[in-house]
Design a binder for this molecule. Structure first.
Ligand code: SAM
Length: 237
């Protein structure tokens, strides 16, 4: 698997891969990362990559020519590049997208800056548009990184323990049940006693109940979805 980041600011992204799980995954060649800077494709006098909006409006946009040349340079050497634009107008990125995209062989993330990207480049090259939430960031680098992180941990071998993925939030539209570690008593509070008794079947059943309660409390929308999923499964039996 290969991740290519199109960005004016490689230094905002690269250090994230210098530590911990993702660093080890790169060392073990489970995936690779590379960078393309649109400024290297700005063949005007001052290597200018931004310009005023046609028709007026606040701020500057990334110019179409350097960005499209940057994308073309990737497409020339990749048969299977899947191009993702980061934008607040995209669909919301979800865990299901992370799983689905972890099966691709080459993902390209385009990070916008300033007031965004000339629409014609998006129209021409985007396979998908993603937002990471209903808020506006300064640039697409954090969004690209967040998606890359979520996708890469679904690549086989990246996480030591694949059960971690199965028990995580958003599996079957549920949030993860509350978890506890040592000491058994903290601030006079113990975890549910069932957790300490070692009966794995009963622990799993309790976790499911707690996951449902937590989801209902924090995310009623997901709770309803999970109830519907459950009903469909029961009807299929
Ligand atoms: N003028 C744009 C608008 O109102 O939709 C916002 C541009 S934003 C300041 C600059 C860049 O940050 C965008 O081109 C995009 O790449 C990135 N960005 C901002 N918010 C984002 C979000 N919620 N999800 C993904 N990318 C985002």
């Amino acid at each position: 698997m290969r991740f290519t980041f199109i960005t004016l600011f490689e230094s905002l992204i690269r250090p994230y891969f210098n530590d911990s799980i993702l660093k080890r995954a790169i060392e073990r060649e489970l995936f690779e990362i590379d960078f393309v800077n649109p400024r290297d494709f700005a063949f005007n006098k001052h290597k200018k990559v931004d310009d005023y909006k046609i028709g007026g409006g606040a701020g500057l946009l990334l110019k179409p020519e350097p960005l499209s040349l940057a994308i073309e340079s990737i497409l020339e050497n990749s048969q299977d590049a899947h191009i993702i634009f980061t934008t607040p107008v995209g669909k919301l990125f979800r865990q299901n997208d992370a799983k689905r995209l972890s099966k691709k062989s080459h993902l390209v993330f385009v990070s916008g800056r300033y007031e965004g990207i000339d629409e014609r480049v998006i129209e021409k090259y985007a396979d998908e548009l993603f937002s990471i939430g209903d808020f506006v960031l300064t640039g697409g680098e954090l969004a690209s990184l967040a998606m890359c992180d979520a996708i890469s941990r679904n690549i086989e071998g990246v996480l030591g323990n694949t059960f971690s993925l199965k028990e995580e939030s958003y599996e079957e539209s549920l949030l993860e049940a509350p978890s506890f570690t040592k000491p058994n008593i903290f601030e006079n509070i113990a975890p549910p006693s069932e957790f300490l008794k070692g009966n794995h079947g009963r622990i799993a059943a309790l976790k499911k109940t707690l996951a449902l309660a937590k989801t209902k409390f924090h995310r009623a929308d997901l709770y309803l979805k999970s109830k519907i999923l459950q009903r469909i499964k029961e009807d299929e039996k």
